[in-house]
Ligand binder design. Structure first.
Ligand code: KG4
Ligand code: ZN
Length: 347
């Protein structure tokens, strides 16, 4: 079976072609970062309009790269949620229309299931069951993945997501959007011990996160340093290092606690913040200590992409989940509403 997949839940327009025996045949991505940078964040209406412009040309390129004709496509998967509703609707409308025109199934894929199943694209996929740490711009979750499609959320953030904490702190430091990778770049040059930022919830039992206090602490530090005339390059690097250390510390402590509680020997890390080098080093070190193996998607599939939607869509298609003419888009959609998958996701 071969599917075409579309991702348009936020600010990346992406298209992939995936074959269940040959694997990933093509993947295209157009990032809208330049469009949103002047506004310091994603402007939903601009995102939707740009998806409308970009998606169809990306479909043509992906099909050409995959040497695939439309009559060789058995289904079209599109991200139906969660995400920005207008942006989701562009991919849903195109995906639903292509499926209708080609007379094949349309699959309303779950964005977070895509992030969770992305490591199945790698040569050494994770075993099931496993624990998943999903850390993106919109989500911070620890998930018990008993089997593909069986998700129990063990803990999530009460306020800001980890990526949001990176991005908001970066903005306070005057870094361009999206701030996460920029902040990480500065942090690598800084001294993490100079500023100690809060690690909320770490001392409390449970697996919940809270990152909203961090941006207040960072804004106070920036204000104080500015007032003292000492917000120079070295100080900004040190603040960045302190922020990164606080976020990574919090994520690592709770993840290890969840591994302890579940007793699982495998950890999957997904979502954009999974690209963070310090987080990877810290999790690798602590997981090795307790004999746990850590699995990641390749770096380019940590952030939003259509290859992960293709994998999730294929798994759902093979489980018999598909739409005919309906176009589905949901801004909020809990992972726990998904039914179990009837077949292994990468079979
Ligand atoms: O998964 P993703 O592409 O989009 C969402 O579904 O949200 O994640 C984007 C988030 C942004 O907040 C971005 O700043 C963050 O991931 N991010 C990073 C790094 N690369 C991306 N945060 C810290 N360090 C990085 N290297
Ligand atoms: Zn995402």
């Amino acid at each position: 079976m071969r599917i075409l997949a579309l991702e348009s839940s936020c600010d990346e327009s992406a298209v992939a072609v995936y074959d269940d025996s040959a694997g990933l045949l093509a993947h295209e991505i157009y990032s809208q970062i330049d469009l949103h940078r002047v506004y310091g964040g994603v402007v939903p209406e601009l995102a939707s309009r740009d998806h409308v412009r970009r998606l169809l040309p990306l479909v043509r390129t992906a099909l050409a790269d995959a040497k695939t004709r439309p009559d060789q496509i058995d289904g079209v998967a599109y991200t139906a949620g969660p995400g920005l509703i207008g942006a989701l609707l562009t991919g849903a409308a195109l995906g639903g229309s292509l499926a209708y025109a080609w007379g094949v199934a349309a699959v309303a894929a779950h964005h977070l299931e895509g992030h969770l199943l992305a490591p199945l694209l790698e040569p050494v996929p994770p075993p099931f069951p496993h624990l998943a740490l999903l850390v993106s711009g919109g989500h911070t979750m620890l998930i018990d993945v008993a089997a593909p499609g069986q998700y129990v959320v063990l803990g999530e953030t009460r306020d800001d997501a980890a990526g949001e904490a990176f991005d908001k702190s970066a903005k306070l430091l005057g870094l361009p959007y999206p701030g996460g990778p920029e902040l990480a770049r500065l942090a690598a040059l800084g001294n993490a011990a100079r500023f100690t930022f809060p690690r909320p919830m770490v001392d409390r039992a449970g697996l919940e996160f809270s990152f909203s206090g961090l941006k207040t602490a960072v804004s106070l530090a920036v204000r104080d340093q500015t007032a003292a005339g000492t917000l120079d390059e070295a100080t900004r690097n040190d603040i960045a290092a302190g922020v990164q250390a606080a976020i990574v510390d919090t994520l690592a402590v709770k993840t290890m606690r969840a591994l302890e509680e579940t007793g699982y020997g495998a950890l999957v890390v997904g979502g954009g913040v999974g690209a963070n080098r310090l987080l990877r080093e810290r999790l690798a070190k602590e997981a090795a200590r307790r004999g746990t193996k850590v699995f990641y998607p390749r770096i380019e599939f940590c952030t939003d992409n259509a290859a992960m939607i293709a994998v999730a869509g294929m798994a759902r298609l093979k489980s018999g989940v598909h739409e005919t003419a309906a176009i589905r888009a949901r801004a909020t959609w809990s992972l726990t509403e998904l039914g179990p998958l009837a077949v292994p996701a990468n079979s």
